[in-house]
Design a protein around this ligand. Structure first.
Ligand SMILES: Nc1ncnc2c1ncn2[C@@H]1O[C@H](COP(=O)(O)OP(=O)(O)OP(=O)(O)O)[C@@H](O)[C@H]1O
Length: 314
């Protein structure tokens, strides 16, 4: 099996929908209808599972499409590949043969039976595991004799998930592959992903809006916000960006000091605040003495607070 791929984006801009208009004086102006990525830079570590988070329209799919060479940057550079051998993926068969992007559609041949699409992947992908594909299709109860159009949305997503896992590509990208899957199927997919990754370590990128469900899967997190990389770090580093205090209003406010409040909730005389930063040992002791509970903040909450309008990262 090829070594896991890493990736790097440097100051990447992607504009879509270029159009031209001519002013009354004859000058031609080029409009960029939309900017999907606006100076995005980040490094994807090889051999880890990275969660890609962002609000609707943030630029996640665009970024993932760049890595899989489905899209080309307007400016900036994208490189993908094993450590020390990273190259531009565009029209680069060596890199693209090691990259599998799974989209919600599953990218199946619409006029053929599912089994025909699977045979195509089996022939194309050097590390294809027929045993894994068969087992997962059985688990997800997919009838491969049917055309994709005769299957439910959830079953088509399950086929996409199966292809992503059975391909065992050095870089596997799941772009919102869970859409349409019911909860038991999603959880079965998460378990299979972790088990297969443990046995065959590789680089996996997973974009999802179901942050609470998937945060246990990833080691690194990338948050894209309005076309820019808001943060790219380990999930533990992200969790360490905030903490919560729960207790009496006076004690909580005293310990909070002038830290930035990300969220505040009051239940009778008890206040719970989510704050940016961390507490020092002395402050922890003071909190304990004052009966104030110090807790961690789920990635989901941090994500919501950090991508709220007006939020600025320290
Ligand atoms: N082919 C395209 N033509 C024009 N604009 C596009 C195209 N693809 C993406 N965009 C625009 O680029 C921006 C980023 O889109 P993208 O699909 O990358 O976001 P996303 O984070 O994946 O969103 P979502 O979570 O809603 O799927 C959006 O404003 C979108 O409208």
């Amino acid at each position: 099996m090829t070594a896991p791929f890493g990736a790097r984006l440097d100051d990447v801009v992607v504009h879509f929908g270029k159009s031209h208009r001519v002013l009354q004086n004859g000058t031609m102006i080029r409009d960029d209808a939309s900017t999907a990525l606006d100076g995005a830079s980040l490094t994807i570590r090889p051999g880890v599972i990275t969660g890609v988070l962002g609000r609707n329209g943030a630029g996640k799919t665009t970024m993932l499409s760049l890595l899989a060479a489905f899209t080309r940057p307007t400016s900036g550079t994208v490189v993908v590949g094993p450590e020390g051998e990273q190259e531009d993926p565009w029209e680069n068969p060596w890199i693209t043969s090691g990259t599998q992007l799974v989209r919600e559609s599953g990218d199946l041949m619409t006029d053929e039976k599912v089994s025909t699409s699977l045979k195509y992947y089996a022939d194309m992908r050097p590390d294809w595991s027929a045993e894994t594909a068969e087992r997962l299709l059985d688990l997800f109860e997919v009838d491969v004799r049917k055309n994709p159009s005769a299957l439910s949305r959830g079953k088509r997503s399950a086929i996409g998930a199966t292809i992503g896992l059975a391909t065992r590509a050095p870089l596997t990208i799941f772009d919102e592959v869970y859409l349409g899957m019911d909860a038991p199927t999603r959880y079965a997919f998460y378990d299979e992903l972790l088990a297969d990754y443990a046995e065959h370590p590789r680089t996996i990128l997973l974009s999802s809006h179901l942050v609470e469900e998937v945060e246990r899967l990833f080691e690194d997190v990338v948050v894209i916000d309005r076309g820019r990389v808001l943060l790219a770090e380990s999930a533990d580093e992200m969790r360490a960006r905030g903490f919560s205090l729960t207790g009496s209003k006076d004690a909580v406010e005293r310990i909070a000091g002038d830290r930035r409040v990300l969220h505040r909730q009051q239940l009778g005389a008890t206040v719970q605040v989510t704050l940016e930063g961390a507490l020092g040992d002395d402050e922890l002791a003071v909190a304990r003495g004052a009966g104030v509970e110090v807790g961690s903040v789920p990635v989901q909450d941090l994500f919501v607070r950090l991508t709220s309008p007006g939020s600025v990262l320290p």
